[in-house]
Design a protein around this ligand. Sequence first.
Ligand SMILES: Cc1cc2nc3c(=O)[nH]c(=O)nc-3n(C[C@H](O)[C@H](O)[C@H](O)COP(=O)(O)OP(=O)(O)OC[C@H]3O[C@@H](n4cnc5c(N)ncnc54)[C@H](O)[C@@H]3O)c2cc1C
Length: 443
Amino acid sequence: MAPGLGGRPERIGNWLGNVVAEVDAVLRPRSVTELQEMIAGARDRLLVMGGRMSKTALMDPPGRRALDMRGLNAIVEYGPDSVTVGGGITVFELSRALYAKGLQIPGFTITADPSVGGSITAPTKGANHPFNPGANGVSGAVISARVVRPDGELVDLREGRDTAALALLRDSYSAAGVVAEATLRTRSLASADVHEEVLPLPRFLEDTDQHRRALEQRTLVFPKLGLLVMRVHENRRPAEPAAPFESLLTGPNTPYVRLARALPRAARAGVLRAAVRLGIDRKTRHRLHVQNLTPYPRDGSAYLDFITWSLPIGRFADALPRIVTFCRTHPDYPAESLIEIFRTFPENRFLDADERVAIDPVSFDRREGPRWERFYRDYNRMILELGASPFLNQTRYITAGDMRAVYGARYDAWRDALLQIDPTRKLGSRYLDRVLGTAGDER
Ligand SMILES: Cc1cc2nc3c(=O)[nH]c(=O)nc-3n(C[C@H](O)[C@H](O)[C@H](O)COP(=O)(O)OP(=O)(O)OC[C@H]3O[C@@H](n4cnc5c(N)ncnc54)[C@H](O)[C@@H]3O)c2cc1C
């Protein structure tokens, strides 16, 4: 029996709990060689699992076996301005190790739980550019990646040499192979003086100077509360890892989230409007880059769902008012819900390589699930018409027809490139089958 092959059916699922399945076996490689053997030897289809933070059917197995990358979580070596890690290491594990050395990856997701491999092959968006201007998420820090192709071959892809192959890898959702190891750029720890401001939403929407500021800072828009919170970062400078790493992390259940969940639905907007004004941090505090990092426990005590689409950055001023109006007037958009704004800088990607902005409506209350899903589907239709692009790890219900409508001939080129590397569709998921149009339900 292959190493790590249990032989007993196992239940697998994603963090959000909306995608669960049973498989006959989960393969758990502990070395790159084992990973190569498992992939080369697989005669059936495999779901590759990283941190399982995807909120879509990307975590739905296409066959009866899955591959769990968590065992490949070593820090292989440190370079002068880089670190080489196993593809299964999480952002949390890597950030903790780097912090102890006064280092960081330039940009990261807010959530600590995704793996490096998942963050490279399924696009994420940087969240902390206010600390490191210009930095994207984990995939933006890649110098090179060692990838096991579907036939088991190990290839070494380097930025500057294998530009096209790396661009495809960044939009591949495992179909171009499994990231066994990656070398990422590192930077010294950064800090800034941070305070929060509340702005009335109607005035903000008309003020292009404030738009520019919002895209440079961290900005939360509350459509049904009629206001906006901007977390402003000033006086950026290098920092030392003086405080214990764990003390810098925040949990997902913030006072705002707890209050929103505790209030009856009818009272939420009024109480929360006042609470946001009172609750913001007007006092300037010295914060470190890693203070954006949030671990999401897997015990069911936290819930967070959001709908991610991105638009070219030049569309921000015309798109935001339309999105805000859509959310404010939609009967199923929760009163407490906010919209997060993430700027992503140009990156070598197959599908969306330009400078973009992701605008994400967020839900905090699992009990509102059925209303949220209705809103979700309506929102997808509206933003598709606006010309936005989905993130398949974060945007549900996307079809091959939607992908073709968004990307045109680029979609066909993407599909052909992935099918050329993986003609038998060995590595993938039911969602990938659907968006590639190989599942028979293309529409
Ligand atoms: C509560 C919550 C908060 C989030 N916050 C953010 C955020 O702030 N910013 C952001 O950008 N995203 C955020 N996300 C989304 C999440 O970070 C992304 O979906 C990310 O891609 C997940 O990485 P993962 O390791 O969990 O991948 P998985 O969900 O395990 O897999 C994602 C895809 O990558 C493939 N894959 C996984 N590992 C490998 C590998 N080693 N090699 C090749 N393919 C692989 C899988 O097959 C799958 O197609 C959040 C998600 C949740 C649930």
